[in-house]
Write a protein that binds this ligand. Structure first.
Ligand code: CO8
Length: 255
C-alpha cells in the first residue's frame, strides 16, 4: 500500500518505518501524503502506542531538498502547512508516540521527532535544524516546538548555527529521553512501547492532553483543566482497576 514507509501493528503497538533509505528517508511530497494516510489508519484502529523508525543510516534527514528548487512561495506554504498539519495530528493522537532515532535526525526529521511524546536515540544519532545553511528556517513547527522543549537560548543557538547536535548533547538539553548503544535501540524502544501498551490507556491519554494543552494555557486555566481531567479519571474503569489492585496487593490488569 505504501512505497516510502511501512506500517505494522503487533500487540497493540503500531510501527511506522521510513524506508526511503537511498535518500536518507528525506520527506518528499509522496512520503508526507503516505504518512498522513498511515496516521488516519492509527486513528481508526485500536492501537495503544505508536513508534516511528527510520531504515538505514537515518531516522529522517529532513524535507527532500531536491523538491525545493523552483517551488513558488504559494507551493512552499502549502507544503509547510501539510507537514505542520500531519505533525499536529501526530501530537494530538491520544496514545503515547515514540521516536526511535537511529541516525540523522535533521530538519523536518527533527521536527517530526519533536512532535512525538518520547525520543530514544542511538549513540549513532545526529540531531539538528540545518535549514539556516540552506538560507531558510524550519517550516514544520521547529521554531515553535524546539524552544518549548529546550528553551529559547539553546533553540536559538541550534537554529541560528544549524550545527549537528550529538546524542549526548541532545540528552543534556532534554531533546531526547535516553541514549543507548545502536544494537540496544530496538529492544529499548520495544520495552518502553510494551510497558506503555500495558498501561492505563485512558489515564495516559489524559496525562498527555493535560501536559500538552496545559503548557499553552495560563497557569490558572491549566491547573483548573488538570483538576477537571483528574476528576474525570475517577469515572473510568482504569481507576477502579488500578486502585483495587493496590488495595488487594496485586498487579493491575488494565484493559
Ligand atoms: N533531501 C534530499 N536528499 C537527501 C537529503 C535531503 N534532505 N539528505 C540526504 N539526501 C540524499 C543525498 O542527496 C544523497 O543522495 P545521492 O546518493 O543520490 O547523492 C543520499 O541522500 C545520501 O546522502 P549523502 O551522500 O549526502 O550522505 P552523507 O553521509 O555524506 O551526508 C547528511 C549525510 C549530512 C545527512 C547530508 O546528506 C545532508 O546534509 N543532508 C541534508 C540535511 C538537511 O539539510 N536537512 C534539512 C532539509 S530542509 C528541511 O528539513 C526543512 C523542513 C521544513 C518543512 C517544510 C518546508 C516547506
Amino acid at each position: 500500500m505504501f512505497k516510502n514507509l511501512t506500517y505494522e501493528v503487533s500487540e497493540g503497538i503500531a510501527t511506522i518505518t521510513f524506508i526511503r533509505e537511498k535518500a536518507l528517508n528525506a520527506l518528499n511530497n509522496e512520503t508526507v501524503n503516505e504518512l498522513e494516510k498511515a496516521i488516519s489508519r492509527i486513528k481508526e484502529e485500536k492501537v495503544r502506542v505508536l513508534v516511528f523508525k527510520g531504515k538505514g543510516r537515518a531516522f529522517i534527514a529532513g524535507a527532500d531538498i531536491t523538491e525545493f528548487k523552483g517551488r513558488t512561495t504559494a507551493e512552499t506554504k502549502a507544503f509547510s502547512l501539510v507537514l505542520q498539519r500531519v505533525l499536529n495530528e501526530i501530537e494530538l493522537l491520544p496514545i503515547p508516540v515514540i521516536a526511535s532515532i537511529n541516525g540523522f535526525c535533521l530538519g523536518g526529521g527533527n521536527e517530526l521527532a519533536m512532535a512525538c511524546d518520547l525520543r530514544i536515540a542511538s549513540t549513532k544519532a545526529l540531531f539538528g535544524q540545518p535549514e539556516i545553511k540552506l538560507g531558510i528556517i524550519p517550516g514544520a513547527g521547529g521554531t515553535q516546538r524546539l524552544p518549548r522543549l529546550v528553551g529559547k537560548t539553546v533553540a536559538k543557538e541550534i537554529i541560528f548555527l544549524g550545527d549537528n547536535i550529538s546524542p549526548e548533547r541532545a540528552l543534556s538539553i532534554g531533546l531526547v529521553n535516553k541514549v543507548v548503544k545502536p544494537e540496544e535501540l530496538d529492544s529499548a524502544v520495544s520495552e518502553l512501547a510494551k510497558r506503555l501498551a500495558k498501561g492505563p490507556g485512558f489515564a495516559l491519554a489524559q496525562a498527555k492532553e493535560a501536559i500538552d494543552r496545559g503548557s499553552e494555557m495560563s497557569w490558572l486555566d491549566a491547573i483548573q483543566m488538570e483538576s477537571n481531567i483528574f476528576s474525570l479519571c475517577f469515572s473510568h474503569e482504569d481507576m477502579n482497576e488500578g486502585v483495587s489492585a493496590f488495595l488487594e496487593k496485586r498487579k493491575a490488569q488494565f484493559k
